[in-house]
Write a protein that binds this ligand. Sequence first.
Ligand SMILES: Cc1ncc(C[n+]2csc(CCOP(=O)(O)OP(=O)(O)O)c2C)c(N)n1
Length: 269
Amino acid sequence: MDIFEFYRKDRWPHVFCPGCGNGTVMNCFFRAFNEAGLSLDNTVFVGGIGCSSRVPLYINSDALHTTHGRAIAFATGLKLAKPGLKVVVFTGDGDLGAIGGNHFINGCRRNVDMTVICINNNIYGMTGGQASITTPHDFQSTTTPYGNKEYPFDLAEIAVAAGANYVARWTTRQVHELTKSMKSALQKRGFALVEVVSQCPTNFGRRNKMADPSQMLEWFKSNTVRRDKAKSAELDHVDLNLAGQITVGEFVDRNRECYEELIGVEKHG
Ligand SMILES: Cc1ncc(C[n+]2csc(CCOP(=O)(O)OP(=O)(O)O)c2C)c(N)n1
């Protein structure tokens, strides 16, 4: 496959910093999309606001660049108006889990048929590095100069609890597992979330002694725990997250009825 076929090259140069994980995420996504046999002609990409939410603008397909936190709401409207479309959302931890948190929870609860790729860089990247709802405890940001005293949200566990059909989380180090999960998410009917813990060397790493992107990847390596192993060892995986560990794996893969089936939107148009 020619990966460059997927890029909207007239939008280059892009806004991402050197060492940003967004390129890795896009590369994995394009491979998964190709393997799933999907067509860009029948797919619309939706983003909110943020570096991660900007990904749809660089894809050679139709895109909706929406308002901060509202990507899931726009994507829901799109899917209900045009049920035949494949709808893919690119979003960030701030966009999906903070300002957009309630849309996220209810999107999962309704189980709307869409694929959501959340690039979780543990920070508000685009606006210069304010703490987000996934900034780990005691880590530095512009708004937590003495260390973050709060504990983070676990986006993947929230999606499981709220009812999404497919949920997985990987880091940008685990490109094979990530690509495989993206393919599964794209083929799943209902709400499918792939959370990618990704490096933001500029606004997260630099303030946490990991200015070099490779240091961030090393950090992922030494702090990643497979969710199934955590479970079989009878460790509480949610507590692991609170302790600053990253649980990864496929969290859920089920077939609850999706929203379009529930309200009969396909039957009537
Ligand atoms: C209503 C509203 N509030 C705040 C902002 C400012 N803003 C733009 S991007 C952003 C944070 C984005 O963080 P995240 O979603 O994690 O994406 P990242 O840039 O880290 O990829 C904020 C707060 C905005 N554009 N609109």
